[in-house]
Design a protein around this ligand. Structure first.
Ligand code: HPA
Length: 248
C-alpha cells in the first residue's frame, strides 16, 4: 500500500473516501499513532498527518520513528511526503512545486535511526540517492500542466524558527535549492525500513533575506491555501497511477 504523509497545509485526507481510523502502537512512544486508511478510486491509500492530529507537534519534536513504524505496520511499502519549503533556487518561488532529488541534513538531536539498539551488527544504509527513483518519476510524470521542478537539493534545518539571511547564504553555497524542516530524518527512516520514499515540496515563501520582506505566517498560509489544491490534484493523479508503475 502507498501512504501520504501530509505536512503543513495538508492535515486531512479529504481526497480519500471510506476513511477508517487505525490507532497503531509502536515501540517508540507510549501513545499510539493515528493512521487513516482510505480509498481513491478503489485503491487503498494510507494517510498520516506528520505534525499529529490537530497539527500541534513542531518539526523538531515529531516522532518520525513512530510515524514510519506505524505506516509499515499497517502494510505501507511506499511513502510520498508532502513538505512546505522556503525557496532558494529561482525555480522554487512561492506557489511552485518541486520533486527534490537530493538532501542535505542540518538537523540535530532528533531520533533519526532504527539502528541504534539491540543490533546483531552495526548497520549502515546506502543513502546515495535519498529518494526512490520510481516514486519520483511517478510524481514528475503526473505533473500534467502543473509547473513542477523535477529536481533540487532539499536542505533540512532544525526549526522551528526560520533561518537568518546569512544561514540562507550558507545553504545556497552548500548547494541547497529549497529549505524545509521535516524532510529528515523521515526520508532516511523510510530507507531503513525498506520503504520507497519521495517528496513533493510546495514552496510557500522565498527563503530569508532573498527579498526585502519579512516572512510572516499570514503570508505563508495564504500561499499554502492557494497552492495546496494543485499539489493534491497532482498527488491524486500519481496515486491513481501507482500500481501501474514499474517496480512498485
Ligand atoms: N525555511 C525552513 N523551512 C520552511 C521555510 C523556510 O523558509 N518555509 C517553509 N518551511
Amino acid at each position: 500500500m502507498i501512504a501520504v504523509i501530509g505536512g503543513t497545509g495538508l492535515t486531512e485526507p479529504h481526497f480519500l473516501n471510506d476513511l477508517q481510523i487505525q490507532q497503531v502502537s509502536t515501540p517508540y512512544d507510549q501513545q499510539s499513532v493515528r493512521v487513516l486508511l482510505g480509498s481513491l478510486d478503489g485503491k487503498q491509500v494510507a494517510f498520516l498527518p506528520r505534525h499529529g492530529h490537530g497539527h500541534k507537534v513542531p518539526p523538531h519534536k515529531i516522532n518520525y520513528r513512530a510515524n514510519l513504524w506505524a505506516l509499515q505496520k499497517v502494510g505501507v511499502t511506499a511513502v510520498i511526503g508532502i513538505n512546505a519549503v522556503g525557496g532558494i533556487h529561482s525555480e522554487t518561488g512561492p506557489g511552485r512545486l518541486a520533486v527534490p532529488s537530493q538532501i542535505i541534513d542540518y538537523t540535530w538531536g532528533r531520533e533519526h535511526t532504527f539502528f541504534a539498539e539491540g543490533l546483531d551488527a552495526v548497520t549502515h544504509i546506502d543513502f546515495t540517492q535519498p529518494y526512490d527513483a520510481n516514486l519520483r518519476a511517478l510524481l514528475i510524470d503526473n505533473a500534467g500542466t502543473t509547473a513542477l521542478w523535477p529536481e533540487g537539493v532539499y536542505g533540512c534545518t532544525q526549526g522551528p524558527r526560520l533561518e537568518s539571511a546569512a544561514e540562507v547564504q550558507r545553504l545556497l553555497r552548500d548547494g541547497c535549492d529549497m529549505i524545509g524542516m521535516t524532510g529528515m530524518p523521515e526520508a532516511a527512516l523510510a530507507r531503513e525500513l525498506g520503504m520507497a520514499y519521495a517528496c513533493l515540496a510546495l514552496s510557500v515563501n522565498w527563503a530569508a533575506g532573498l527579498t526585502d520582506e519579512l516572512i510572516t505566517m499570514e503570508a505563508i498560509e495564504k500561499v499554502l491555501r492557494a497552492g495546496i489544491d494543485e499539489a493534491v490534484e497532482l498527488l491524486c493523479r500519481a496515486l491513481r497511477q501507482y500500481n501501474l508503475t514499474k517496480g512498485q
